[in-house]
Design a protein around this ligand. Sequence first.
Ligand code: C2E
Ligand code: CA
Ligand code: CA
Ligand code: CA
Length: 275
Amino acid sequence: AKAEGKGRYRRFESWMDHSLAERRALERDLRLAIEHDEIEMYFQPQFACDTLQLTGFEALVRWDHAERGLVPPGVFIPLAEECGLIIQIGRMVLEKSCRLAAAWRPRCPVAVNLSPLQFRDSGFLSLLSSILESTDFPASLLELEVTEGVLIKDEEQALGTLRALKELGVQIALDDFGTGYSGLSYLRSFPFDRIKIDKCFVHAQEHDAGTQTILEAVLAMSKRLNLRVIAEGVETEEQLAMLRMQGCSEVQGFLLGRPMPASEVQAFLMSTMDD
Ligand code: C2E
Ligand code: CA
Ligand code: CA
Ligand code: CA
């Protein structure tokens, strides 16, 4: 069944290249998926680079389509952003992630991805407060991952929202660092708690001394700015060893743990405590 799921997953990667009619069909299905509660959360573990102790999870959304199988977020998130369904999906993602994580023992940090549209939505802050309250999940254990896409459109407004989020007590991470134009100046101007080094960076530095130098500079500077750094997409022992040597504090990637269904998280938590 696993191999089948994988094949199906691959078939969908080029959905955005499909015809308008097909995209309409997918949009209709996505509306039904929300109604039928087919939107699920998976969780990928994050680890301390030196001790490999579990430090938290990133929540990653999945659409478990009755006939099509698992549709990856790379396909339906852009579609949801295009047709406005992202606000509803984003709300479900936040609510489910907090509700599920509130039941884990021991309690453990969870990072949730935000779409720029969700971040800019006028109801977002009050939505977040009410979710934290109704799920009883501590704000300090919630991290929101934003990309530079939330920053570029209106820096003043973005800064205001980020400050309000800090006041609620949540952590903020800058996702996909190194892929866009995010000048290093962003790191100083906005109240981030940590940055996520994009996987392209992690992969490129193995073969490219220039990338290595940049990464080392980013790590050194983050330390001085008091920013924690997590590298994502760590797939090999070599990449892990390199990041360790460079002083990166946390890692996430297939080498150490794949995204798992919510039903497996509690057992995973227990098994890492035995180590
Ligand atoms: P992202 O936020 O950069 O998430 C990391 C992606 O890298 C995930 O893909 C994860 O499964 C994958 N990954 C983790 N470790 C490795 C590794 O070692 N190697 C490689 N090659 N990949 C790895 P996923 O789950 O397919 O998500 C893709 C993107 O979809 C995410 O990128 C994020 O931009 C978006 N996304 C996922 N969940 C959500 C969500 O709940 N809300 C929003 N707005 N966007 C989401
Ligand atoms: Ca992310
Ligand atoms: Ca990322
Ligand atoms: Ca991304």
